[in-house]
Write a protein that binds this ligand. Structure first.
Ligand SMILES: Cc1ncc(COP(=O)(O)O)c(C=O)c1O
Length: 389
């Protein structure tokens, strides 16, 4: 049987590989601390669950409009105006999709033609590169450097633009570094996008997980950007709803139409009771979202101090997300080898930097979406391990 040659090029997620190994070790009775995961350790707030149950009890179990229920699109439109300064017509500018994962797929397959280029800033969430290749397009990598607080340099972005550039993918707050793009940088990117006529896809899934003085700005709200930006967001991280598989894309009607075609043929629509839960999340869960954010901030502060207390580790404290991306190069081991040795010897699961960046040998990603107790124990084991290397 001949399978698609095209798919030979596509890699499976490297993060899952570590999760599976950690799971096997735990099943054998080893004490494992899972700091590799990219999801909240909190439960979905109860009122969201109750709203979905009510919807099920009302037998709301049929197809909904492809774009999502009008109730959810209206609630999203209000949220976008209030939080993001984006004006979105519920009838025209929003599609409810299956998580940011599908949002990324509809924007890549819907907007790119084979042979075109997507500019991606590394270190990066792995999906962007793989989806670009799936669309028969070329990822063009710009590297954000540690010494620049993990932000890209405008000159590097400018140099990456060609006449084939179709999309620049932004992700702020950034997985895996926790960097948050300041307004001035977004303004420069916007200027370039207008000048060179490309689309910006802005993945804002960590929007609510932001700390200290950092501020989240949606590039679509900047002058001239609404017509060339696809804003992607979802419920997974802010509302602890990863398993609900709920996200959305927001864009000008011209951009929405081709994305709607991909969505129609890929998933049709989201379950109605899931969308009922999402409405409750948007209109009645600010208090819970803020409580979770404060707890992440508290854990960030504790964990950053513990990591910085390890001789040889350097760290840019993240302004957003629930990830840290410390530099471990002083220990003379590549991040891939170090992560597996750390897991095997101490039971602490993390992710090697080369899962996010071809040149990521010097860094590992550690999630602080875990209890304070586990973070303290994890940091203790990491410290003992590194000091014995
Ligand atoms: C940057 C980024 N975008 C998108 C996603 C996918 O999120 P969702 O659960 O909404 O599909 C993730 C998940 O880890 C992510 O880190």
């Amino acid at each position: 049987m001949q399978f698609s040659n095209h798919m030979d090029e596509i890699q499976l997620s490297k993060i899952r590989q570590i999760g599976e190994l950690a799971g096997e070790m735990a099943a054998k009775g080893k004490s494992v601390i899972k700091l590799q995961v990219g999801e909240p350790d909190f439960a979905t707030p109860q009122q969201i669950i109750d709203a979905a149950i009510r919807s099920l009890q009302n037998k709301e179990t049929h197809y909904t409009p492809n774009r999502g229920t009008m109730a959810l699109r209206k609630a999203l439109s209000d949220k976008l105006k209030k939080d993001n300064g984006i004006i979105a017509d519920p009838a025209k500018n929003i599609i409810v999709v299956e998580g940011c994962a599908e949002a990324l797929m509809v924007s890549t397959l819907g907007l790119m033609d084979p042979g075109e280029e997507m500019i991606i800033i590394e270190p990066t969430f792995i999906n962007y590169i793989q989806l670009t290749k799936m669309a028969g397009c070329t990822p063009v990598i710009v590297r954000a450097r540690e010494e620049n607080n993990w932000l890209p340099d405008m000159d590097d972005i400018r140099a990456a633009v060609t006449d084939k550039t179709k999309i620049l993918l932004l992700n702020s707050p950034t997985n895996p570094t926790g960097a948050v793009y300041p307004k001035e940088l977004l303004e420069e990117i916007a200027k370039l996008a207008i000048e060179k006529n490309f689309i910006v896809v802005s993945d804002e899934v960590y929007e609510k997980l932001i700390y200290g003085d950092a501020k989240h700005i949606s590039i679509a709200s900047l002058p001239g950007m609404a017509e060339r930006t696809v804003t992607i967001n979802g419920f997974s991280k802010a509302y602890a709803m990863t398993g609900w598989r709920l996200g959305y894309v927001v864009a000008d009607e011209n951009l929405i139409m081709p994305m709607l075609k991909v969505h129609q043929y890929a998933t049709t629509c989201l379950p109605e009771f899931v969308q009922a839960g999402a409405v409750e999340a948007l209109v009645n869960s600010d208090k819970e979202v803020e409580a979770m954010r404060q707890e992440y901030q508290h854990r960030r502060d504790i964990f950053a101090e513990l990591l910085r207390g390890i001789d040889g580790v350097t760290l840019r404290v993240p302004d957003g997300t629930f990830y840290m991306y410390p530099n471990i190069s002083k220990f003379g081991m590549k991040s891939y080898d170090l992560v597996f040795k750390l897991l095997e010897e101490t039971g602490v699961a993390t992710v090697y930097g080369t899962a996010f960046d071809q040149t990521g040998d010097n860094n590992i990603r550690i999630s602080f979406a875990n209890s304070e107790e586990n973070l303290r124990e994890g940091a203790k084991r990491i410290k003992a391990f590194l000091e014995n290397l």
